[in-house]
Ligand binder design. Structure first.
Ligand code: GLU
Length: 280
Protein backbone atom coordinates (compact mmCIF):
# COMPACT_ATOMS: atom_id res chain seq x y z
CA UNK A 1 0.00 0.00 0.00
CA UNK A 2 1.21 3.46 -0.86
CA UNK A 3 1.29 5.64 2.19
CA UNK A 4 0.33 9.22 2.30
CA UNK A 5 -1.51 11.56 4.55
CA UNK A 6 -5.18 11.18 3.80
CA UNK A 7 -7.99 13.56 4.40
CA UNK A 8 -11.37 12.02 5.04
CA UNK A 9 -12.67 13.51 1.80
CA UNK A 10 -9.79 12.19 -0.26
CA UNK A 11 -10.13 8.86 1.42
CA UNK A 12 -13.80 8.66 0.58
CA UNK A 13 -13.20 9.67 -3.02
CA UNK A 14 -10.74 6.92 -3.86
CA UNK A 15 -12.46 3.65 -3.45
CA UNK A 16 -12.08 0.30 -5.08
CA UNK A 17 -14.56 -2.48 -5.15
CA UNK A 18 -13.42 -5.42 -3.10
CA UNK A 19 -13.39 -8.30 -5.50
CA UNK A 20 -14.66 -11.59 -4.23
CA UNK A 21 -11.82 -14.06 -4.38
CA UNK A 22 -13.24 -17.38 -5.36
CA UNK A 23 -10.00 -19.04 -6.34
CA UNK A 24 -7.61 -21.21 -4.45
CA UNK A 25 -9.79 -22.45 -1.64
CA UNK A 26 -11.31 -25.86 -1.24
CA UNK A 27 -14.65 -24.39 -0.23
CA UNK A 28 -14.94 -26.60 2.80
CA UNK A 29 -16.79 -25.18 5.71
CA UNK A 30 -17.41 -27.06 8.87
CA UNK A 31 -20.03 -24.42 9.69
CA UNK A 32 -19.82 -25.06 13.42
CA UNK A 33 -16.69 -24.58 15.45
CA UNK A 34 -13.34 -23.82 13.89
CA UNK A 35 -12.04 -27.19 14.96
CA UNK A 36 -15.06 -29.37 15.18
CA UNK A 37 -16.70 -28.86 18.60
CA UNK A 38 -20.29 -29.08 17.42
CA UNK A 39 -22.41 -26.30 18.86
CA UNK A 40 -19.70 -23.71 19.51
CA UNK A 41 -18.04 -21.16 17.30
CA UNK A 42 -14.44 -20.14 17.84
CA UNK A 43 -13.68 -16.52 17.06
CA UNK A 44 -10.26 -14.88 17.15
CA UNK A 45 -9.96 -11.50 18.85
CA UNK A 46 -7.26 -9.46 20.55
CA UNK A 47 -7.00 -9.72 24.33
CA UNK A 48 -5.05 -6.53 25.09
CA UNK A 49 -6.69 -3.72 23.13
CA UNK A 50 -9.10 -1.68 25.29
CA UNK A 51 -12.17 -0.52 23.34
CA UNK A 52 -11.61 -3.14 20.62
CA UNK A 53 -10.76 -6.53 22.06
CA UNK A 54 -9.98 -6.90 25.73
CA UNK A 55 -10.00 -9.81 28.13
CA UNK A 56 -11.22 -8.36 31.41
CA UNK A 57 -9.80 -9.52 34.76
CA UNK A 58 -13.03 -11.48 35.41
CA UNK A 59 -12.55 -13.44 32.17
CA UNK A 60 -15.26 -11.63 30.17
CA UNK A 61 -14.52 -9.84 26.90
CA UNK A 62 -15.22 -6.28 25.82
CA UNK A 63 -14.69 -4.00 22.84
CA UNK A 64 -15.99 -3.10 19.41
CA UNK A 65 -14.53 -6.21 17.76
CA UNK A 66 -16.12 -8.35 20.46
CA UNK A 67 -19.50 -6.70 19.80
CA UNK A 68 -19.11 -7.18 16.04
CA UNK A 69 -18.14 -10.82 16.57
CA UNK A 70 -21.07 -11.41 18.92
CA UNK A 71 -23.56 -9.83 16.49
CA UNK A 72 -22.20 -11.80 13.53
CA UNK A 73 -22.21 -15.05 15.50
CA UNK A 74 -25.85 -14.52 16.41
CA UNK A 75 -26.73 -14.07 12.73
CA UNK A 76 -24.89 -17.31 12.00
CA UNK A 77 -26.99 -19.07 14.62
CA UNK A 78 -24.79 -18.91 17.75
CA UNK A 79 -25.88 -17.40 21.04
CA UNK A 80 -23.25 -15.52 23.09
CA UNK A 81 -22.74 -18.55 25.35
CA UNK A 82 -21.82 -20.61 22.28
CA UNK A 83 -18.92 -18.34 21.38
CA UNK A 84 -15.42 -19.30 22.40
CA UNK A 85 -13.09 -16.32 22.05
CA UNK A 86 -9.50 -17.20 21.23
CA UNK A 87 -6.57 -14.80 21.32
CA UNK A 88 -5.17 -14.18 17.82
CA UNK A 89 -2.14 -11.92 17.93
CA UNK A 90 -1.32 -9.89 14.83
CA UNK A 91 1.28 -12.31 13.46
CA UNK A 92 -0.85 -15.42 14.09
CA UNK A 93 -4.05 -14.49 12.27
CA UNK A 94 -3.50 -16.03 8.82
CA UNK A 95 -2.20 -19.27 10.31
CA UNK A 96 -5.03 -19.51 12.85
CA UNK A 97 -7.57 -19.40 10.01
CA UNK A 98 -5.62 -21.74 7.75
CA UNK A 99 -5.26 -24.32 10.54
CA UNK A 100 -8.94 -24.04 11.45
CA UNK A 101 -8.17 -22.93 15.02
CA UNK A 102 -10.91 -20.33 14.61
CA UNK A 103 -13.84 -19.91 12.25
CA UNK A 104 -13.71 -16.10 12.16
CA UNK A 105 -11.31 -13.36 13.19
CA UNK A 106 -12.44 -9.91 14.32
CA UNK A 107 -9.19 -8.46 15.61
CA UNK A 108 -8.40 -5.03 14.12
CA UNK A 109 -7.60 -7.06 11.02
CA UNK A 110 -6.92 -4.82 8.04
CA UNK A 111 -7.88 -6.09 4.61
CA UNK A 112 -4.76 -6.09 2.41
CA UNK A 113 -3.90 -7.68 -0.95
CA UNK A 114 -1.06 -9.61 0.66
CA UNK A 115 -3.34 -11.13 3.29
CA UNK A 116 -6.03 -11.87 0.69
CA UNK A 117 -3.62 -14.37 -0.84
CA UNK A 118 -3.95 -16.45 2.33
CA UNK A 119 -7.38 -15.66 3.81
CA UNK A 120 -10.72 -14.24 2.72
CA UNK A 121 -12.34 -11.20 4.29
CA UNK A 122 -15.89 -10.08 4.91
CA UNK A 123 -16.46 -6.38 5.45
CA UNK A 124 -15.01 -3.87 5.88
CA UNK A 125 -16.76 -2.87 9.10
CA UNK A 126 -14.50 -0.04 10.31
CA UNK A 127 -12.08 2.43 8.76
CA UNK A 128 -9.16 3.41 11.02
CA UNK A 129 -5.89 5.21 10.29
CA UNK A 130 -2.34 4.60 11.41
CA UNK A 131 -1.11 7.13 13.96
CA UNK A 132 1.51 7.57 16.69
CA UNK A 133 1.14 7.46 20.44
CA UNK A 134 3.73 9.66 22.15
CA UNK A 135 4.40 11.16 25.55
CA UNK A 136 2.41 14.33 26.23
CA UNK A 137 5.58 16.44 26.19
CA UNK A 138 7.03 14.78 23.06
CA UNK A 139 8.33 17.00 20.24
CA UNK A 140 7.41 14.44 17.54
CA UNK A 141 4.86 16.07 15.25
CA UNK A 142 5.20 14.11 12.02
CA UNK A 143 6.24 10.71 10.82
CA UNK A 144 9.64 11.86 9.51
CA UNK A 145 10.52 12.98 13.06
CA UNK A 146 10.73 9.26 13.83
CA UNK A 147 13.88 8.72 11.77
CA UNK A 148 16.62 8.10 14.32
CA UNK A 149 14.07 7.67 17.12
CA UNK A 150 13.02 4.50 18.90
CA UNK A 151 9.65 3.19 17.83
CA UNK A 152 7.60 0.19 18.87
CA UNK A 153 5.08 -1.77 16.84
CA UNK A 154 3.82 -5.30 16.57
CA UNK A 155 5.14 -8.16 14.44
CA UNK A 156 2.81 -9.09 11.61
CA UNK A 157 0.96 -5.76 11.66
CA UNK A 158 0.54 -3.40 8.74
CA UNK A 159 1.76 -0.66 11.12
CA UNK A 160 5.24 -2.18 11.43
CA UNK A 161 5.41 -2.87 7.70
CA UNK A 162 4.42 0.68 6.79
CA UNK A 163 7.12 2.18 9.01
CA UNK A 164 9.84 0.07 7.40
CA UNK A 165 8.62 0.46 3.84
CA UNK A 166 7.38 3.98 3.77
CA UNK A 167 7.24 6.65 6.35
CA UNK A 168 10.27 6.25 8.63
CA UNK A 169 12.69 3.66 7.20
CA UNK A 170 15.46 5.06 9.43
CA UNK A 171 13.49 4.71 12.65
CA UNK A 172 14.89 2.31 15.18
CA UNK A 173 11.94 -0.09 15.16
CA UNK A 174 11.35 -2.65 17.87
CA UNK A 175 8.70 -5.25 17.09
CA UNK A 176 6.84 -6.95 19.91
CA UNK A 177 4.19 -9.65 20.04
CA UNK A 178 1.37 -7.40 21.24
CA UNK A 179 0.58 -3.73 21.72
CA UNK A 180 0.48 -3.97 25.51
CA UNK A 181 4.21 -4.73 25.39
CA UNK A 182 4.78 -1.58 23.34
CA UNK A 183 2.77 0.49 25.82
CA UNK A 184 5.01 -0.74 28.61
CA UNK A 185 8.07 0.23 26.55
CA UNK A 186 6.65 3.70 25.91
CA UNK A 187 5.90 4.18 29.57
CA UNK A 188 9.36 3.15 30.69
CA UNK A 189 11.00 5.41 28.10
CA UNK A 190 12.54 2.46 26.23
CA UNK A 191 10.89 3.81 23.06
CA UNK A 192 9.85 7.30 21.93
CA UNK A 193 6.63 6.31 20.18
CA UNK A 194 4.19 3.49 19.55
CA UNK A 195 2.61 3.23 16.15
CA UNK A 196 -0.56 1.48 15.08
CA UNK A 197 -4.19 2.32 14.29
CA UNK A 198 -5.66 5.43 15.93
CA UNK A 199 -8.64 3.33 17.11
CA UNK A 200 -6.29 1.18 19.20
CA UNK A 201 -4.10 4.04 20.42
CA UNK A 202 -7.12 6.07 21.60
CA UNK A 203 -8.17 3.13 23.75
CA UNK A 204 -4.79 3.02 25.46
CA UNK A 205 -4.55 6.79 25.93
CA UNK A 206 -7.92 6.77 27.72
CA UNK A 207 -6.87 4.13 30.26
CA UNK A 208 -6.94 5.46 33.80
CA UNK A 209 -3.28 4.69 34.43
CA UNK A 210 -2.12 6.53 31.29
CA UNK A 211 -4.37 9.59 31.51
CA UNK A 212 -2.38 12.79 30.92
CA UNK A 213 0.77 10.83 30.04
CA UNK A 214 0.27 10.01 26.38
CA UNK A 215 -1.29 11.69 23.35
CA UNK A 216 -2.01 10.77 19.75
CA UNK A 217 0.00 12.72 17.15
CA UNK A 218 -3.18 13.00 15.02
CA UNK A 219 -1.58 11.84 11.75
CA UNK A 220 -3.67 9.85 9.30
CA UNK A 221 -0.79 7.85 7.91
CA UNK A 222 -2.80 5.09 6.23
CA UNK A 223 -6.26 3.69 5.71
CA UNK A 224 -6.93 0.53 7.69
CA UNK A 225 -10.09 -1.22 6.52
CA UNK A 226 -11.04 -3.74 9.20
CA UNK A 227 -12.44 -6.99 7.87
CA UNK A 228 -13.64 -10.22 9.41
CA UNK A 229 -11.11 -12.88 8.46
CA UNK A 230 -12.41 -16.20 7.15
CA UNK A 231 -10.64 -19.32 5.90
CA UNK A 232 -9.53 -19.02 2.28
CA UNK A 233 -12.24 -20.31 -0.03
CA UNK A 234 -15.09 -20.25 2.50
CA UNK A 235 -17.23 -18.00 0.34
CA UNK A 236 -20.43 -19.16 2.02
CA UNK A 237 -19.26 -17.80 5.38
CA UNK A 238 -17.98 -14.58 3.82
CA UNK A 239 -21.42 -13.97 2.30
CA UNK A 240 -23.20 -14.72 5.60
CA UNK A 241 -20.87 -12.43 7.55
CA UNK A 242 -21.34 -9.65 5.00
CA UNK A 243 -25.12 -9.93 5.36
CA UNK A 244 -24.74 -9.80 9.15
CA UNK A 245 -22.50 -6.71 9.00
CA UNK A 246 -24.94 -4.96 6.69
CA UNK A 247 -27.77 -5.70 9.12
CA UNK A 248 -25.67 -4.53 12.07
CA UNK A 249 -25.33 -1.13 10.43
CA UNK A 250 -28.94 -0.85 9.21
CA UNK A 251 -30.58 -1.81 12.51
CA UNK A 252 -28.47 0.68 14.52
CA UNK A 253 -26.40 -1.90 16.40
CA UNK A 254 -23.17 -0.79 14.71
CA UNK A 255 -23.63 2.80 15.90
CA UNK A 256 -24.54 1.62 19.38
CA UNK A 257 -21.39 -0.49 19.58
CA UNK A 258 -19.27 2.41 18.29
CA UNK A 259 -20.68 4.78 20.92
CA UNK A 260 -20.33 2.29 23.76
CA UNK A 261 -16.75 1.31 22.94
CA UNK A 262 -15.16 4.40 21.40
CA UNK A 263 -17.14 7.03 23.33
CA UNK A 264 -15.12 6.66 26.55
CA UNK A 265 -11.86 7.06 24.57
CA UNK A 266 -13.21 10.11 22.75
CA UNK A 267 -12.28 8.40 19.47
CA UNK A 268 -13.78 10.07 16.44
CA UNK A 269 -14.51 7.15 14.16
CA UNK A 270 -15.30 7.32 10.44
CA UNK A 271 -18.80 6.54 9.17
CA UNK A 272 -19.72 2.89 8.67
CA UNK A 273 -17.97 1.61 5.55
CA UNK A 274 -19.92 0.07 2.68
CA UNK A 275 -19.53 -3.68 2.49
CA UNK A 276 -17.12 -4.62 -0.29
CA UNK A 277 -15.70 -1.11 -0.66
CA UNK A 278 -12.08 -0.65 0.38
CA UNK A 279 -10.72 2.84 0.95
CA UNK A 280 -7.21 2.81 -0.52
N1 GLU B 1 -4.93 -2.99 11.62
C1 GLU B 1 -3.52 -3.26 11.53
C2 GLU B 1 -3.28 -4.67 11.07
O1 GLU B 1 -4.18 -5.38 10.75
C3 GLU B 1 -2.79 -2.96 12.83
C4 GLU B 1 -3.46 -3.48 14.06
C5 GLU B 1 -3.11 -4.93 14.38
O2 GLU B 1 -1.91 -5.26 14.46
O3 GLU B 1 -4.04 -5.69 14.57
O4 GLU B 1 -2.15 -5.12 10.98
Amino acid sequence: MKLRKVSAAAAAAVVLALTATACGGDGDSDSGSGSGGGDKIKIGIKYDQPGLGLKEPDGTFSGFDVDVATYVAKELGYEPNQIEFVETKSADRENALARGDVKLIAATYSITDERKEKVDFAGPYLLAHQDLLIKTDSDITEATDLNGKKLCSVTGSTSAQNVKKDFAPKANLTERGGYSECIAALQSGAVDALTTDDSILAGYAAQEQYKGKFKLAGLKLSNENYGVGVKKGDTETVNKVNAALEKMVSDGSWKKAVDANFGPANYKNEEAPKIGVIVQ
